[in-house]
Design a protein around this ligand. Structure first.
Ligand code: UDX
Ligand code: ADP
Length: 458
């Protein structure tokens, strides 16, 4: 079968994989190839054991793989054959040199740009999918237009707003699709080609266009606003603990104001994920670069509160468990940064686990999806760590349970049974406020949560 268009995506990660699966699923007339430098990842995308867990993803991938969706390591062929190239390589925070710990590390991005330039033989539309610092498209344009081959490129920004765990729903039914372009004739033509792809399943009023810098910046700002809400509610959870106010009641009352809204007001041990911290650091770095130090300080505080929340959690545990953890067995229920994903990037559980190990606690870690990543995250850490899939088995003989991820299954556990097989006094630290605290107290547990009343027999 001849396809209407060949589309390539460079980078087969959490963004590239699900997004391209959805485009291929909704647009059978386009051929979509996803390439990656990591052959293991590509082999997994071609197997029954996909490299990432996302509800509904496997069903979609397996229904179209080999028809109009292909996974490959042949980047050169992919570039040569395609008219449209999405770039969704990783852009982690830079760990070295200028801007270390703040700026985005653009080495993977730039390498990709150079590869595109090297192998391109005809005009291409290049689409930024990864989250990038504002003005990255300009760098991309400069690299691509430095060629003497006479090949032309149009660069678009099309940030991905999907959240992990609900990626397929977010892709099918997005709040908006944002496309930023140059306002030149060819920029607008390229933009319209991308609009045409999304129009296969997204209604016209949800596809919005803007200039390229607004598009890049909007992605950073959307993530910064979401993270800011969590840090705002988490900061108030600390005050609730001092004043006997209850954070759930406060969040409910505040969120009922339509102007504020009730989403993203769930107090927790802290936000994680690959985007929030990185994007805010990026925003802060850019503001400082332009001399906007007050603006930079304002946004930096969102990250500081997130760090404070994790530290407060450990301090609370220490204080409650008689100021020593040495030799105590602690069960971490959940390691993923949120439910319904295997992803552990920036998960608060990493920090909590490392601090507990420093205090010489022995860890039993359980998670229905993320144990593989948990092992990799803690590979270099010293101390006793066991990884146990069954949560009840993991809690056996432990002095305390720390609930780190809001998996539904943890609400349904038989806590009477768990209480019996734990050391006494038995503690539960609910880092997500999802358990029934008074019921747990009645069973015999001492229960500590985030910004809610204490339930303690001590
Ligand atoms: C986020 C954005 O939501 C998404 O639009 C963007 O494309 C990528 O970054 P993601 O990181 O996948 O998505 O998950 P999200 O649902 O935003 O949660 C981020 C973190 O905040 C998680 O650790 C989550 O547990 C935490 N969170 C979320 C809270 O602690 N409280 C809340 O009320 C909401
Ligand atoms: P994200 O969450 O942004 O999707 P991931 O780390 O999950 O980030 O995925 C990014 C992918 O990009 C990885 O699989 C990585 O191997 C791939 N990658 C990085 N650099 C290149 C490159 N130059 N060419 C092809 N793939 C790349």
């Amino acid at each position: 079968m001849r396809f209407k268009k060949n589309i390539l995506c460079i980078g087969a990660g959490y963004v590239g994989g699900p997004t391209m699966a959805m485009i291929a699923f909704k647009c059978p007339e386009y051929k979509i190839t996803v390439v990656d430098i990591n052959p293991k990842r590509i082999a997994e995308w071609n197997s029954d054991n996909l490299p990432i867990y996302e509800p509904g993803l496997f069903e979609i991938v397996s229904s179209i793989r080999g028809k109009n969706l292909f996974f490959s390591t042949d980047i050169e062929k992919g570039i040569k054959e395609s008219e449209i190239i999405f770039v969704s390589v990783n852009t982690p925070v830079k760990e070295f040199g200028l801007g270390a710990g703040m700026a985005a590390d653009l080495q993977y991005w730039e390498k990709t740009a150079r590869q595109i330039l090297k192998f391109s033989q005809s005009h291409k539309i290049i689409i930024e999918k990864s989250t990038l610092p504002v003005k990255t498209a300009q760098a991309m344009e400069r690299i691509l237009h430095s060629n003497k081959k006479g090949v032309d490129f149009d660069i678009l920004s099309n940030p991905e707003f999907l959240a992990e765990g609900s990626a397929m729903d977010d892709l099918i039914n997005p709040d908006r699709v944002l496309i930023g372009s140059r306002e030149t004739e060819s920029g607008i033509k390229a933009r319209d080609e991308l609009v045409e792809i999304y129009a296969n399943w997204v209604s016209g009023e949800r596809i919005i266009t803007s200039n390229i810098w607004s598009s890049e910046l909007s992605k950073l700002v959307a993530n910064a606003f979401l993270a800011q809400r969590i840090s705002s509610i988490n900061s108030i959870s600390a005050l609730c603990e001092k004043t006997d106010a209850n954070i759930k009641e406060v969040a409910n009352a505040v969120g009922m104001d339509k102007r504020i809204g009730n989403k993203f007001l769930q107090a927790s041990v802290g936000f994680g994920g690959s985007c929030f911290k990185k994007d805010i650091l990026n925003l802060v770095y850019i503001c400082r670069h332009y001399g906007l130090s007050e603006v930079a300080d304002y946004w930096e505080q969102v990250i500081r509160i997130n760090q404070y929340q994790k530290e407060r959690f450990i301090l609370k545990m220490m204080e409650t468990m008689f100021n020593t953890m040495a030799g105590k067995k602690i069960c971490l229920l959940g390691f993923a940064f949120k439910a319904e994903t295997s992803d552990t990037r920036e998960s608060p559980a990493i920090f909590i686990a490392q601090k507990l190990l420093e205090e010489k606690a022995e860890l039993r870690i359980s998670d229905p999806r993320a144990l593989g990543n948990a092992k990799a995250d803690l590979a270099g850490s010293k101390g006793v760590i066991e990884y146990i899939s069954d949560p009840v088995e993991a809690a056996k003989g432990c002095h305390a349970i720390c609930l780190m991820t809001e998996w539904e299954l943890y609400k349904e556990l038989d806590f009477k049974k768990i209480y019996k097989i734990m050391e006494k006094p038995a503690f539960i630290f609910d880092g997500r406020n999802i358990l029934n605290h008074s019921e747990l107290f009645d069973i015999g547990f001492n229960v500590f949560s985030i910004g809610m009343p204490l339930f303690t027999h001590l």
